[in-house]
Design a binder for this molecule. Structure first.
Ligand SMILES: Cc1cc2nc3c(=O)[nH]c(=O)nc-3n(C[C@H](O)[C@H](O)[C@H](O)COP(=O)(O)OP(=O)(O)OC[C@H]3O[C@@H](n4cnc5c(N)ncnc54)[C@H](O)[C@@H]3O)c2cc1C
Length: 289
């Protein structure tokens, strides 16, 4: 049994711990821990959090994505207290992809049968869309799921320690055999990592009270818009994807107007969102306040 330290307590660190703690002694060390208030220092508390298949190319990543999906799908049945719920997704694309690009339609038939996968007929697609797929997937509320997973891990012997480090080498005194770096964008600033490929993408979301119960996402590969119900009487509206932007702003008038627009359309059209936000994805948040 090896002693393994994981630096990072976001979903990457916790999911890694849940697999390897079955056969190793694991300590999780992090500046931000499950149960903490959301802050710009870490991503996990902000997520929708929805599983949307696709968006990757390598066989290894595809296998990993399907395995994670399968794990979450089954956890919904085994652990209703985890906050994971099954939900119908309508995923609409505006780019030139073909049915062959939906690589996962032929994988893991048991999930696809359970998930009731199908292509959306063209007469049901909104104007400008090239393709749409619908299937059942999973959604979770990170403010429920992260503390729940932490508790599960603690019950199985995983230790949590709060530490804010400037380099991985500061962790040597913990005496581990293996150190796993799960710091997310933190890897760009750790002195002995300085991962230049790590880039922050700024998103922005708004939570509204509503009983809407189907996920809608529309994506042209560059910009996207989504409504993610958490099935607890709230819905997350989002649609900003800004590469390299790090400014933290809790609310902007421009975003609020866009969100209210798409929300009003959802409320009154009933079925499919019109992607108002996609028309204005790159407004400058700094200028808009
Ligand atoms: C608005 C929004 C919506 C999203 N929606 C979805 C979604 O619906 N579905 C989906 O799959 N993904 C979604 N994502 C993306 C998802 O949230 C991230 O990919 C994921 O949370 C990254 O997790 P992580 O564990 O790698 O990093 P993080 O959650 O950022 O965790 C990093 C951990 O490392 C620690 N750390 C970092 N640096 C240091 C340091 N120097 N010293 C000590 N500790 C350190 C932090 O304290 C934290 O514990 C969304 C993201 C955002 C912002």
């Amino acid at each position: 049994m090896a002693h393994i330290t994981i630096l990072g307590a976001g979903i990457t660190g916790l999911a890694t711990a849940s697999l390897i703690s079955r056969s190793h002694k694991v300590t999780i060390v992090a500046r931000n821990l499950p149960g903490d208030e959301p802050s710009i220092e870490w991503a996990s508390p902000w997520a929708g959090a929805l599983t949307v298949l696709g968006g990757i190319d390598s066989t290894r990543d595809k296998k990993m994505q399907l395995r994670s999906f399968s794990e979450l799908w089954n956890m919904n049945a085994r652990h209703p207290d985890s906050g994971i719920k099954r939900i119908t997704l309508e995923d609409i694309f505006d780019d030139d992809r073909s049915e062959d690009d939906i690589w996962w339609k032929n994988f893991m038939p048991e999930i696809l049968i359970l998930g009731q996968f199908r292509f959306i007929s063209s007469d049901r697609l909104p104007s400008g869309a090239t393709m749409g797929v619908t299937y059942k997937t999973v959604v979770l509320n990170p403010s429920v799921f992260l503390p729940w997973l932490r508790k599960q891990l603690e019950n199985s012997g995983v230790e949590f320690k709060r530490m804010d480090v400037e380099s991985l080498s500061e962790l040597k005194p913990l005496g581990h055999d293996i150190l796993i770096n799960a710091t997310g964008v933190g890897s760009a600033s750790l002195r002995d990592v300085r991962d230049q490929d790590m880039q922050m993408i700024r998103g922005q979301t708004i939570v509204v009270k509503h009983s809407y119960d189907k996920v809608m996402q529309r994506d042209d590969g560059k910009n996207y818009t989504y409504a993610i119900p958490r099935l607890d009487g709230t819905v997350i509206l989002g649609g900003v994807r800004q590469h390299g932007r790090t400014l933290s702003i809790e609310c902007t008038n421009a975003f609020l107007v866009c969100s209210l627009t798409i929300w009003t359309i959802t409320k009154f059209s009933g079925t499919m969102l019109v992607c108002a936000l996609q028309e204005t994805p790159e407004f400058d948040l700094k200028e808009s306040i």
